[in-house]
Design a protein around this ligand. Structure first.
Ligand code: NAD
Ligand code: UDP
Length: 341
């Protein structure tokens, strides 16, 4: 059974991916410093899968700590989720974002070289396409100018991995550009658990639906879109998790090089449509007002999914209704999020 090191595996996307890996016959080792997640995730994963995953509380920037993980396990491949991801916070704390996101990947790649590990899947983002309005984004769309340090870390780390694949020809890399991951596992045991007031649409709507927050402000309704609000490509986190398993299987068939895939549904959903779908899921109205545009928002962003379908056989199966109902199930079962450590 091949062992996959999942860095950041206690986080939102990582934890769902751990389940998919387990269900597809992979052995999983998790490395996470819990800077944006909680130990309880491990218990929840055990309830869902019946398996207690091997977990190391380590900072991936710390080479000596992380080396232990490579020494003690026969790692076949790495999925690297570990990183900081809040756009607004990255503007206020650029040094922390560049330092954490860049050093963690460099450390992982250094140890992969030392231990002869040849396959890595990297969490990138549609944010690397920048502010272009030329949608849908294909993997060949030019990379844009990012609007915040978080986005630049993804842009730079893609380049780091391209350079590494030239220098270390046996390295096989998958860059996965996620669109907007939302939703939660069907059990309602794990989901997105942001600290404080959420910035992203779905966690915010969930809290308004639950009555924890008073109302949602829709950022702009004067865009050149059918209802004036921005369009995004929301993808269910369990579909996204499946994309990671397919990427690992694909890397096993490659002998070198970098492959890039968009992971999205190929469909744009407006903020108003998302609110309506969530109202259907929770059974009542979501109080909302229309406010000014948010700086840096692009009007329309959705993926071309052709390459992921043709090469990986990947197709997102779950609908926006599935995303909302799973999100609501998670919210109602865990109104305060997961218990603190
Ligand atoms: P998350 O914050 O829930 O998970 C990231 C995990 O990494 C957390 O558990 C955190 O504790 C851990 N971590 C951070 N820095 C670390 C370090 N130095 N060492 C060890 N662990 C560390 O975020 P997520 O939404 O699951 O995102 C996972 C990855 O996907 C991130 O790299 C993120 O940038 C990327 N991504 C996320 C989205 C999104 O909308 N959620 C979109 C595109 C890309
Ligand atoms: N959005 C909104 N109100 C909020 C949060 C988000 O209207 O409180 C909008 C935002 O302007 C964007 C969409 O919802 O058009 C998705 O935002 P999110 O931050 O979740 O993702 P991103 O903009 O990074 O794609």
């Amino acid at each position: 059974m091949a062992t996959v090191l999942v860095t950041g595996g206690m986080g939102f996307i990582g934890s769902h991916t751990v389940i998919s890996l387990h269900n597809n016959g992979f052995d999983v080792v998790i490395a996470d410093n819990l800077s944006n997640s909680k130990t309880e995730v491990l218990n929840r994963l055990e309830t869902i899968t019946g398996k207690r995953f091997k977990f190391y509380k380590v900072d991936c920037c710390n080479k000596e700590e992380l080396r232990k993980v490579f020494e003690e396990n026969d790692i076949d491949s790495v999925i690297h989720f570990a990183g900081l991801k809040a756009v607004g916070e990255s503007v206020r704390m650029p040094v922390e974002y560049y330092s954490n996101n860049i050093n963690s990947l460099l450390t992982v790649v250094t140890l992969m070289n030392e231990f002869g590990v040849k396959k890595i899947v990297f969490s990138s983002s549609a944010t690397v396409y920048g502010e272009s309005e030329d949608v849908p984004f294909t993997e060949e769309s030019p990379l844009g100018t990012c609007t915040n340090p978080y986005g630049w870390t993804k842009w730079m780390l893609e380049q780091v991995l391209r350079d590494c694949s030239v220098a270390y020809p046996e390295l096989r890399v998958c860059l996965l550009r996620y669109f907007n991951p939302v939703g939660a596992h069907e059990s309602g045991l794990i989901g997105e658990d942001p600290r404080g007031i959420p910035n992203n649409l779905f966690p915010y709507i969930s809290k308004v639906a639950a009555g924890t927050l008073e109302k949602l402000t829709v950022f702009g309704n004067d865009y050149d879109t059918p209802d004036g609000t921005c369009l995004r490509d929301y993808i269910h986190v369990c579909d996204l998790a499946d994309g990671h398993v397919r990427s690992l299987n694909y890397l096993a068939t490659q002998s070198e090089g970098v492959s890039v895939f968009n992971l999205g549904t190929g469909k744009g959903t407006s903020v108003v449509e998302a609110i309506k779908a969530f109202e259907k899921a929770c059974g009542h109205e979501i109080p909302h007002v229309f406010g000014p545009r948010r700086a840096g928002d692009i009007p329309v962003c959705y993926a071309s999914t052709d390459k992921a379908r043709e090469v990986l056989g990947f197709e997102a199966k779950r609908t926006i209704e599935d995303m909302c109902s799973s999100c609501w199930n998670w919210q109602t079962k865990n109104p305060q999020g997961l218990p603190e450590d």
